[in-house]
Ligand binder design. Sequence first.
Ligand code: V47
Length: 364
Amino acid sequence: MDSYIEQAGLGDILARVRAEERLSLEDGRRLYECPDILALGYLANIVRERKNGNQAFFIYNQHINYSNVCTNLCKFCAFGKEKGHEQAYEMGVEDVRAKVRERLNEPITEIHMVGGIHPDLPYSYYLDILRVIKEERPDVHIQAFTCVEIHHLAELAGKPVADTLEELKEAGLGSIPGGGAEVFSPRIRKLTCERKLSGEGWLEVTRTAHRHGLHTNATLLYGHIETVDERLEHLDALRRTQDETGGFLAFIPLAFHPKNTEMSDHSGTTGINDLKNIAVARLMLDNFPHIKAYWVMIGPKLAQVALSFGADDMDGTVKEEVITHMAGAETEQALGHRTLIRLIREAGRDPVERDTLYNVLSTY
Ligand code: V47
């Protein structure tokens, strides 16, 4: 295999990966430019195996999107709608309770809840929806509100982010998902999501969360107008933040879905591009414990293949995913527990059901 990697022009990177040396941005550029996806997969697989052995994780989770009303109206997003738009919706506190009640008979361990930046829901609403979830399911872990939402909630509360996080924790918040990161580059933010919290702002909320004992995830929205260098700078910013705080759990590359967005003239990503982003992320993010192949965005079949290209996690059962499906995703709305186990097993990995913080719940 070594001579194969050398022929692909990556012999020196293989040596650095084996020696557990940090890869430079120039190494990252060469990885992205390498047309040999098997060589990339081989390198990424070394790191995946070192960090997670033969385990591949999944979780029994439920997604709740409390409202799609949003003042940011990012060009890549089909989910966010202006207040009053015919597709705009918001769940009342009791609607959120009902959503949780609908699935009390399932062994859900995590509720993943995000929404838009709503112009007039009060701060108390966000505390209340956390509380009703906990009332109905006291043992569930709530992973909720992207760093963009947390920043908005702190403004609503008129309090520092740190104090807001303490109050959200008190109401039931367990950790923070990785959305809203998009691409940190100010150029990309100006062109695609001008109103959104800046990349530096997102990272600052993240650091505060980590300092207050809350784990978070991170994402990168790829496959639109970003350059390879902008992707690598994004990964580097995450890597430096993780060096400082150690609070990130997983990185999830998000494949851009163009349908029904203001960027619908773009085509969707390809399988090779999806695998490349997973492999490069695994190699560059040497201090991240987990890389997720989010089946909702890349499809269950490619997510299964991704388990040999650096990913060690397939996310979970999900159900009622709205954000990607409004942007044209043709994947299922949910995967069954047994299907996830089968996908992982057939990929040659050992299926491990985890909780949000990657504690092992069951092995199969
Ligand atoms: O924040 C919006 C992105 C995110 C589109 O933390 C789009 O474990 C693709 O962050 N095409 C929400 N992506 C999803 C997300 C997530 C999903 C699963 C697990 C975790 C985790 C996080 O989706 C948004 C935005 O970055 N997004 N529109 C689109 N058209």
